[in-house]
Ligand binder design. Structure first.
Ligand code: C2E
Ligand code: CA
Ligand code: CA
Length: 581
């Protein structure tokens, strides 16, 4: 091979690799190019031959990335703004700098045009399972997937992106005020309003019942301005509903990814922390996430728990703890509520209230709830008189695929269906009434039941009880636990009980911790009771013990977990007239 052949074969290699090479003599200020530079600068154009011409092509926001003291070897990403129409093109570059006497004298680099990350954000055609059935917006899982795509893209692009989470203030109150049909149209119109307020190439999704997420890929600088225009829009203009226009306000939490190396879970946690702060500061405002030691600690803990849950799901390490629900009149155990438990890395048992919110934050709720349903069905297959109640999260309840899933599972286990109760919280039930109704119908057609959980916890609407043909109403623990000295709460519980009976619903009082309470509830003719007084949630199968002990006495021995190295055990003895589960 001759000397003359070498440069052209090098150029061939560069061309074949899809790279464009440059050699920049910093002393003479001349740049020479090799490879398919026409792809970049256009056919019939000259490539830039000096620093000034090159600089004029670099997107102004990215100047500092190119014209900076370069290390001996570097990787960078920046945008070029190119003739004839000023379109932007993303470049990644690997280069080296040569130094002489401490001064940079030469730079050589390989450039590559990357698929514009904006193009990846061009919303793909979503299929119905990616979309929320009420608003037609992408759902939480879709948002997480898109966010992940941005994060996998160019480092620089990622860092100029932002995420906002927008929540409707006091949605339960709005529901109550205008009724759920109108509230549905309100949600729909909020979704539409957000979609018109955001800049192009922005993803708006419904990430929770009354919470929307806005992903701003490559446009983090507009986050604050956008948040303000959203706040103003709702301050100034009421939202149309199928009833009359209704004034709402929103709270917004934001995260900018500048200088951060975050994953989707961290972004969601931070946005929600900021949102939480905006809400506790009096709502109707925007707060951008700022780091603090306490927050970092909290985030780390949440991430750890999230990882642990993912691992536990994979390894089949989620456990069920069973808590009895007893018949008020006879004291017989009618069914058990199955509550999820997971052991953390230190072998400590975590109760559901510690990790369920994180499961939801990570978008794992539907998967988690499917898993719990499987465990419960398995358990009922094994013990043919066992009746179990499982909980599903609000995010699962509003998932269009869920009724179908439950139907599928129960058809495979026909003997289980009539022994299954699904508990759904009141807030979740009324946020997507249509899906809730579908779930109730599906379960009922197979012989199962739906219980409304935590009733009376939020702002409660009796209207919903009429529409939703439920079987059981669980009166929220908070209303029950300190009932004995509170006349007002006694009155409320009495009222809820008689309303429920008016709708032909059976009632359960949760959180019954004392005999005194149990007595009051018996006298009020609440149908069923559940609480520490009758038995703590237990990993052992209490019904087995019941069989061993015959029909007279059952010992509910429950290991609730360890605290500070001490195992907490609670033993409750019950007189059981009949050994029926
Ligand atoms: P919940 O459905 O209201 O469950 C009752 C919670 O109250 C349980 O907490 C239980 O341990 C606790 N509890 C029971 N009796 C008493 C009592 O007498 N006094 C007091 N102070 N507390 C009592 P846990 O297991 O931490 O569950 C918290 C919440 O997590 C549940 O509230 C439920 O909403 C959710 N959850 C539990 N398991 C699952 C699950 O498998 N899937 C989903 N999606 N959510 C679950
Ligand atoms: Ca429950
Ligand atoms: Ca409850």
């Amino acid at each position: 091979m001759t000397q003359e052949n070498q440069p052209s074969s090098l150029a061939d290699i560069v061309t074949a690799s899809g790279h464009i090479a440059y050699d920049w003599d910093l002393v003479a200020d001349t740049i020479t190019w090799q490879g398919p530079w026409q792809d970049l600068f256009g056919n019939g154009c000259e490539p830039p031959h000096d620093a000034q011409t090159f600089a004029s092509l670099i997107y102004p926001d990215d100047h500092h990335l190119v014209f900076t003291e370069s290390p001996v070897s570097f990787d960078r990403e920046y945008r070029l703004r190119l003739p004839p129409d000023g379109h932007l093109m993303w470049i990644t570059e690997h280069g080296v700098t040569s130094y002489r006497d401490g001064h940079a004298v030469r730079q050589q680099g390989l450039l590559r045009i990357v698929d514009s990350p904006e193009n990846n954000i061009r919303l793909p055609l979503f299929s119905s399972q990616d979309l929320d059935s009420l608003t037609g917006l992408p759902n939480r899982a879709t948002m997480l997937a898109q966010m992940d795509q941005v994060l996998r893209g160019l480092k620089h692009f990622k860092q100029i992106s932002a995420y906002l989470t927008v929540s409707i203030d006091k949605m339960a109150f709005v529901n109550e005020a205008i009724g759920m049909k109108a509230a549905d149209t309100l949600l729909l119109n909020v979704a539409e309003r957000l979609t018109t307020l955001v800049p192009p190439r922005t993803l708006v999704a419904r990430v929770g019942g009354d919470v929307f997420g806005i992903l701003l890929p490559g446009q983090g600088q507009v986050a604050q301005g956008l948040a303000e225009s959203i706040l103003n829009s709702f301050r100034n203009t009421p939202v149309e509903t199928s009833a009359s226009p209704y004034h709402i306000s929103v709270s917004i939490g934001g995260v900018r990814l500048v200088g951060q190396n975050l994953n989707t879970a961290e972004i969601m946690i931070r946005a929600e922390q900021a949102l939480h702060e905006a809400r506790s500061n009096g709502r109707n405002q925007y707060i951008e996430y700022r780091e603090s030691a306490a927050r970092i600690r909290e985030t780390r803990e949440r991430l750890n728990i999230g990882e642990r849950i993912k691992q536990a799901l994979k390894r089949n390490e989620i456990h069920l703890a069973f808590q009895p629900v007893t018949d008020t009149e006879t004291g017989a155990i009618l069914f058990y509520e199955a509550l999820a438990r997971v052991f953390d890395d230190d072998g400590q048992m975590m109760a559901a209230d510690k990790f369920i919110p994180i499961v939801e934050q990570h978008g794992l709720a539907p998967e988690f709830d499917r898993h719990i349903l499987d465990l419960a069905v398995h358990e009922m297959e094994k013990y043919d008189e066992l009746h179990l109640a499982v909980n599903i999260s609000g995010l699962t309840a509003s998932e269009a695929a869920w009724p179908q899933h439950i139907q599928q599972v129960l058809k495979q286990h026909p003997h289980v269906a009539r022994r299954l109760i699904v508990e759904i919280t009141e807030t979740a039930a009324i946020i997507n009434v249509e899906e809730t109704q579908r779930l109730i119908q599906t379960l009922e057609s197979l012989g199962g039941k739906v219980a409304l959980d935590d009733f009376g916890a939020g702002s409660t609407s009796i209207r919903h009880l009429r529409t939703l043909k439920l079987a059981i109403m669980k009166i929220d623990r908070e209303l029950i636990v300190n009932l004995t000295n509170n006349k007002e709460q006694q009155h409320l519980v009495r009222m809820l009980n008689s309303i429920a009976h008016g709708f032909n619903l059976k009632t359960i009082a949760e959180g019954v911790e004392t005999e005194e309470l149990a007595q009051w509830l018996r006298q009020e003719k609440i149908d069923m009771m559940q609480g520490y007084y009758f038995g703590r949630p237990s990993l052992d199968r209490p019904w087995l013990e019941m069989k061993n002990n015959g029909a007279t006495e059952i010992r509910l021995e429950t290991i609730l977990g360890e605290q500070n190295g001490v195992t907490e055990v609670r033993v409750a003895s019950l007189i059981q007239p009949q050994a029926s589960a």
